[in-house]
Design a protein around this ligand. Structure first.
Ligand code: TNX
Length: 481
């Protein structure tokens, strides 16, 4: 028997083939008053996907309930679903759990009914994210919203937006309007320029929040800063703006610890970014500052840490920041196994948490194989099986597994300049990362069958996907005519 097309796989699924719940007859909604607003978006999605209609006097019920106590797993995202012949019951300890339950319910919809089932679920990791690089090439709000839809479907809870780099600055910051005026329109050669106004960014944050996703803004310092030094000449020792940059090299740009403008810049841009997110975190970048000596790097990361803490937010940064002093609870995002792993182990011993983004498994801008049109290959190829077959707590030798709080995929956009390009790189590999992040017991055979069942939704959204090896993909709907 084929597994139910649930992705990520819940921790426990018990089906009852004797039971089905019809969706072609009206339903009565029973919902805690406190939940009504919170569940609006995912509930509407379920109703659209199922074709079900709500009427107050229907005999069959769908019930959404907060149950504060009695959960074995302490996660706020835990939930339970029970589908009986005349009642569907979703319960969770928090609003967020109900949102995750509705994401599962959408996936349970079969032709005109729901199968009889009892699901008990909770995530393995608390941090399940995607880094989206909108700095090399800009992605307008309506496209980012489609990425958020995808993340919500597969129960991710973090969208980390890489908002500044050498090629462009994408977030409007009131303290320095020249950043987006001058470095908003620029981009990598072939990519799109643009930026999010404060209103557009607030709208994205709200869109994500309604789907249980936290938006974490990243302003990358003290390297990857050419868009800033191009727009703000006071950040350069000679007081002259650097040239706009549309190339692909990394590591040449930098801030200067000795310039008084640097501290002012860090304090004001992080304060402005903090104002624009609900997240508890700000990401300060910190990667590949190859033009800086180690002392000055540590000093500048210290300034950035200070600036972020002054906003009341907590720190996230790329693994290189492990060299600097970090307050306990700071999150270090591991990406590169070639160097610096010892510093990550030591930072964890001092209380840092680690999010795993190993390039060979989670960098979804890397090519699938030699025939992939888009993407890079600096860490080799990443096929679907690579995105699925790895163990986050065993990536770094000597790292205390309890320090690993999660998994984050990343997509860099040096070569990816359209929504279609983005989707063909994300799909299907994002599903692999989603399951590693959520599910305790992985099973490649079962995964390949469930991932193949996702294509009708992807095709319905007109998202292209890569027909990765090892999966029996259905015939595309377009070819069925
Ligand atoms: C490394 S990952 C980078 C990015 C590139 C990416 C390309 C990281 C923290 N830095 O600047 O875009 O490789 O795959």
């Amino acid at each position: 028997m084929s597994p139910l097309p649930l992705l990520p796989q819940p921790q426990s699924v018990l089906t009852d083939p004797e039971v089905t719940f019809p969706l072609d007859q009206p339903l009565r909604l029973e919902v805690d008053e406190s939940l009504r607003l919170v569940v609006e978006v995912p509930l509407a999605e379920f109703l659209t996907a199922s074709g079900a209609e709500l009427t107050p006097d229907a005999s069959r019920t769908i019930a959404l309930q907060i149950e504060p106590d009695g959960w074995e797993n302490p996660s706020p995202e835990a939930y339970r679903i029970r589908v009986e012949a005349d009642r569907v019951q979703l319960s969770a300890p928090t609003d967020l759990g109900i949102i995750r339950a509705l994401a599962t319910l959408v996936q349970l919809v079969e032709d005109g009914h729901l199968p009889g089932v009892e699901i008990d679920d909770a995530p393995r990791f608390t941090w399940r994210g995607l880094t989206l690089d909108v700095a090399r090439s800009f992605f307008p709000p309506n496209e980012v919203k489609q990425v958020i839809d995808l993340l919500a479907r597969y129960k991710f809870n973090r969208l980390h937006l890489h908002l500044s780099d050498d090629q462009g600055w994408r977030l409007e910051v009131p303290s320095h309007p020249e950043l987006t005026e001058i470095s908003g329109p620029t981009a990598i050669a072939g990519g799109r320029g643009g930026f999010y106004t404060q209103a557009e960014f607030a709208d994205l944050v709200g869109y994500a929040e309604a789907r249980g996703i936290d938006v974490i803004p990243e302003l990358d310092v003290p390297g990857h800063t050419n868009a800033a030094t191009h727009a703000c000449p006071e950040l350069n020792p000679d007081g002259q703006p650097t040239d706009a940059y549309d190339g692909m090299q990394v590591g040449f740009s930098r801030l200067h610890a000795a310039l008084p403008a640097t501290r002012e810049f860090l304090q004001s841009v992080f304060a402005d970014a903090a104002e624009q997110t609900e997240s508890a975190y700000l990401h300060l970048g910190g990667d590949e500052a190859l033009a800086l000596e180690s002392d000055e790097y540590v000093q500048l990361v210290g300034e950035a840490v200070h600036a972020v803490l002054a906003t009341g937010k907590e720190i996230v940064g790329w693994q290189e920041i492990a060299q600097a002093a970090l307050p306990p609870g700071s999150v270090v995002q591991f990406w590169d196994g070639r160097s610096g792993t010892e510093a990550v182990v030591q930072a964890a011993q001092r209380g840092a948490l680690v999010v795993m983004s190993p390039a060979e498994h989670t960098y979804l801008d890397l090519k699938y194989d030699q025939s992939t049109e888009l993407g890079q290959d600096w860490a080799g190829y990443v096929e679907l099986s690579d995105s699925y077959r790895w163990e986050p707590t065993r990536v770094i030798e000597g790292l205390d597994p309890r320090a690993v709080v999660g998994v984050e995929a990343a997509i860099w956009t040096e070569t990816i300049h359209s929504l279609e390009g983005l989707m063909v790189m994300l799909l299907p590999r994002l599903a692999g990362v989603a399951e590693v992040a959520w599910t305790e017991e992985l099973n490649w055979e079962s995964f390949t069958r469930r991932v193949a069942a996702q294509t009708s939704w992807w095709e319905g959204r007109q998202w292209p996907y890569h027909r990765s090896a090892g999966v029996s993909w259905p015939t595309p709907q377009a070819e069925l005519g």
